[in-house]
Design a protein around this ligand. Structure first.
Ligand code: ATP
Ligand code: MG
Length: 274
C-alpha cells in the first residue's frame, strides 16, 4: 500500500477488508481490499469523494457492520462488536436532549458503574477541556451546533476510549466554528493522546489535524493514496499559512479530485485569517 509506514504493533489493523452491499439485485463494492495500519496515538484523517466507503470503514471498525472479506483488528483482536475501547462521534451530534450537558457527559460513565462523585469530577474535567464548563447545567437545545459537538467530544473522551472514531464531526458547521473546533480538538489530543480516525470532506481539515491522510476512491471503495503530514505539533493557526502546509494541501487535493489522472487546478485556500 502506498505510503504506509512500517509499524511494529499497530493499534488498528485493517487487512484486505471488503464490504459488498446488495443493491436492488446487484452487488455494490462499498470497500474492496482495503488495508491500513494505524499506530497507537496516531491521528489519521480519511478523505475521499462521496460514496467511497468512508462511513462503511468506520462502521466496521466501530463494530456496527461486519466486513464481507478480510479482517478488522483492534489491539490484536478481531472486531466483533462495539466496545468501550472505541468512542464514536457521528456527524449528527447524538446528545440526549432531555439531559443536561454534564449529564450527557456522565452518561457513559454511569453505564460503566462509575460512582457519582468520580463521574462528576470526570465530567467537569472534560467539560473544562472543551471549554463548556459554564454550560454544564444547560440543555443541548440551548447550545449552538459547535457547542453541541464539543459536548459530544467531551462525552466520547470521558469514558476514556483508547480510540476515537469520528465521522465528519464538523461537517455541518460554519467555517469559523469549524476552524476553532479543529484547534480545540488538536489541543485536547495534545493533552490526552488517543488513536484517532477522523473522516472529513475538507482537505484543509484533513491536513491540519493529521499525522497521515488516507485518500480513498470510489467504485469500488479503496485506498487511493496515503500522505504523511510532516508538520510538528502543536500546530498553531499560522501553520496553515506555511508553504509546507500549502504543498501538502495541494497534494491531497489533487489525490481527491483527480483520481482519473486528469489535469488539476488547485483552488486557493479559504482559511479565515482573523
Ligand atoms: N446499508 C447499506 N445498504 C446498501 N448500500 C449501502 C449501505 N451503506 C452504504 N451503502 C453504499 O456503500 C457505498 C459507500 O457508502 P458510505 O456511506 O460508506 O460512503 P461515504 O464515503 O461515507 O460517503 P459520504 O461522503 O457521502 O458520507 C455507497 O455507494 C452507499 O450507497
Ligand atoms: Mg459518510
Amino acid at each position: 500500500m502506498a505510503g504506509a509506514p512500517l509499524m511494529a504493533t499497530p493499534k488498528i489493523s485493517v487487512r484486505s477488508v471488503s464490504k459488498t452491499f446488495d443493491l436492488a439485485g446487484h452487488e455494490l463494492a462499498a470497500l474492496q481490499d482495503v488495508s491500513l495500519d494505524i499506530a497507537d496515538n496516531e491521528f489519521v484523517t480519511v478523505v475521499g469523494p462521496s460514496g467511497c466507503g468512508k462511513t462503511t470503514l468506520m462502521n466496521i471498525l466501530a463494530g456496527l457492520e461486519e466486513p464481507t472479506g478480510g479482517h478488522a483488528v483492534v489491539d490484536g483482536r478481531e472486531v466483533s462488536g462495539p466496545g468501550p475501547d472505541r468512542g464514536v462521534i457521528f456527524q449528527q451530534y447524538a446528545l440526549f436532549p432531555w439531559l443536561t450537558v454534564r449529564r450527557n457527559v456522565e452518561f457513559g460513565l454511569r453505564e460503566q458503574g462509575v460512582g457519582r462523585r468520580e463521574r462528576r469530577e470526570l465530567a467537569d474535567h472534560y467539560l473544562r477541556l472543551v471549554g463548556l464548563e459554564q454550560f454544564a447545567d444547560a440543555l443541548p437545545k440551548t447550545l449552538s451546533g459547535g457547542m453541541r459537538q464539543r459536548c459530544a467530544i467531551a462525552r466520547a473522551y470521558a469514558v476514556n476510549p483508547s480510540i476515537l472514531l469520528m465521522d465528519e464531526p464538523f461537517g455541518a458547521l460554519d467555517a469559523l466554528t469549524r476552524v476553532n473546533l479543529q484547534e480545540q480538538l488538536l489541543q485536547t489530543w495534545n493533552e490526552e493522546r488517543r488513536t484517532v480516525l477522523f473522516i472529513t470532506h475538507d482537505v484543509d481539515e484533513a491536513v491540519f489535524l493529521a499525522n497521515r491522510v488516507v485518500v480513498m476512491a470510489a467504485r469500488p471503495g479503496r485506498v487511493f493514496d496515503v500522505i504523511d503530514v510532516d508538520l510538528p505539533y502543536p500546530r498553531p493557526e499560522e501553520a496553515r499559512l506555511s508553504p509546507e502546509f500549502a504543498a501538502l494541501r495541494n497534494r491531497v487535493w489533487r489525490a481527491v479530485h483527480h483520481q482519473d489522472g486528469g489535469p488539476a487546478v488547485v483552488p486557493q485556500p479559504s482559511v479565515p485569517t482573523a
